[in-house]
Design a protein around this ligand. Structure first.
Ligand SMILES: C[S@@+](CC[C@H](N)C(=O)[O-])C[C@H]1O[C@@H](n2cnc3c(N)ncnc32)[C@H](O)[C@@H]1O
Length: 324
């Protein structure tokens, strides 16, 4: 395997194990990033397996195209959201998707590139000087969604408070939301440093072990990219396109994502949505998934030591059931 600085793949062996790869398998990687998972999948499905790779980010598509060049026709890459996984699958291989992997969140490249505006410090160290990079945070950088700075400039206090408390579970969400509204009357919040200084001035999260800017930046990133909406749609689309027996493996990095994956898998494994006290099922909804992981698989100490960004990873997997 080629190693690059772009992104270190997380829970790699565990994910490959859950996908049950065979020679000739057709696999979708919905979050290509640096192509680490994709490359290992190609190695385990040779000589004729197909890898369909998606990413919102043109940097990721470029990086993965270079890294996977040697696999030739076996690789098909698309700059697209995994929300569209079913449309893209239909174009390539209407009935034979054997596995799908979603490795959620941002890549190390996105976090580390100052111009993308995901990072609040000048280095990865949370105590470092606040970064002067623009508050953008769009994964696709395409501009069809507004950047984080525009949310801060236009959203109401109620809307801002809601995202800080829901997506960041930030103590002091209302104070920060009101502080943003006050500050923008006199000067816009355009850079990571503008926001970090305001968080400090307001004393948000003072005395806490972790830097509160982590929670604020996470909340903004989730809102800017509608990450939970994309995940909800992407999971349903993935379930629709898998062949019976096909595998779905999802790696989540925070509790909101992991909860959504867990609940979606459980609901699909249960099928029927009738109240439990009803004597018989009236909805007729059949189960579509079999759970393969009752509890999430997490990285071991060795992986976390080598790659601290793996710390919060949670892998869940399921297999598509035969349609009734
Ligand atoms: C953690 S990285 C994936 C790393 C990859 N597995 C590897 O081995 O290098 C997550 C990637 O998902 C992409 N991404 C996030 N949301 C997406 C979406 N809705 N659709 C497609 N790609 C998305 C990001 O742009 C990022 O490149």
């Amino acid at each position: 395997m080629v190693t690059t600085d772009y992104h270190e793949p997380v829970l790699l062996a565990e994910t490959l194990g859950q996908l049950d790869l065979k020679s000739g398998s057709v696999i979708i990687d919905g979050t290509l990033g640096g192509g680490g998972h994709a490359e290992a999948i190609l190695d385990h499905t040779g000589p004729d397996g197909i890898l369909i790779g998606l990413d919102l980010d043109s940097d990721a598509i470029r990086e993965a195209a270079t890294r996977l060049r040697g696999y030739g026709e076996r690789v098909r890459l698309f700059q697209s959201s995994f929300r569209r996984i079913d449309d893209i699958a239909a174009e390539i291989a209407p009935t034979s998707i054997d596995g799908i992997v979603l490795d959620l969140g941002v890549s190390s490249h996105q976090l580390d590139a100052p111009e993308r505006g995901f990072r609040f410090g000048t280095t990865g160290d949370p105590g470092s000087v606040a970064s002067e990079s623009p508050l953008d945070m769009r994964m696709d950088g395409l501009g069809d969604r507004p950047p984080a700075s525009s949310l801060l400039a236009t959203w109401s206090a109620e809307k801002l408070e809601k995202i800080f408390s829901k997506y960041g579970q930030l103590p002091g969400s209302r104070r920060l939301a009101n502080g943003i509204i006050d500050r923008r009357k006199s000067e816009p919040l355009e850079t990571a440093a503008d926001l970090v200084h305001l968080i400090r001035e307001l004393g948000i999260g003072r005395g806490r072990k972790h830097n509160p800017a982590t929670l604020v930046f996470q909340a903004l990133r989730i809102a800017v990219n509608d990450e939970l909406g994309a995940l909800e749609e992407g999971l349903q689309a993935a379930i629709r396109v898998l062949r019976p027996g096909g595998r779905l493996a999802v790696i989540a990095y925070h509790s909101l994502e992991d909860r959504l994956v867990k609940q979606t898998f459980r609901a699909a494994a249960k099928g029927c949505t009738c109240p439990p006290e009803w004597p018989a099922c009236a909805c007729g909804i059949e189960p579509t998934l079999k759970l393969l992981t009752r509890r999430p698989i997490v990285p071991d100490g060795g992986e976390i030591e080598k790659n601290p960004r793996a710390r919060s990873a949670r892998l869940r997997a399921a297999a598509r059931l035969e349609a009734a």
